[in-house]
Write a new protein. Structure first.
Length: 68
């Protein structure tokens, strides 16, 4: 990706520093699903850190039961 910048390490380091993603301290994008990386519909209870879709797939293995 950095074919031209590989010959100039100082400029490459500056480019990487200024174009890195912002470190988040709060907000929706801070918490992601540890399985797939989604940021929406996040279940944080019991320190699960899963989105609802992954939780639905993994729930029986974690010991959760579905009550109708």
């Amino acid at each position: 990706m950095f074919t031209q910048l590989n010959a100039k390490p100082v400029i490459k380091a500056k480019f990487i520093k200024h174009n890195a993603p912002k470190k988040r301290s709060c907000g929706r994008a801070l918490r992601k699903c540890k399985n797939c990386g989604r940021v929406g519909a996040h279940i944080n209870k019991y320190e699960l850190h899963l989105c609802r879709q992954c939780f639905r797939d993994m729930a029986p293995g974690l010991g959760f039961k579905k009550y109708s």
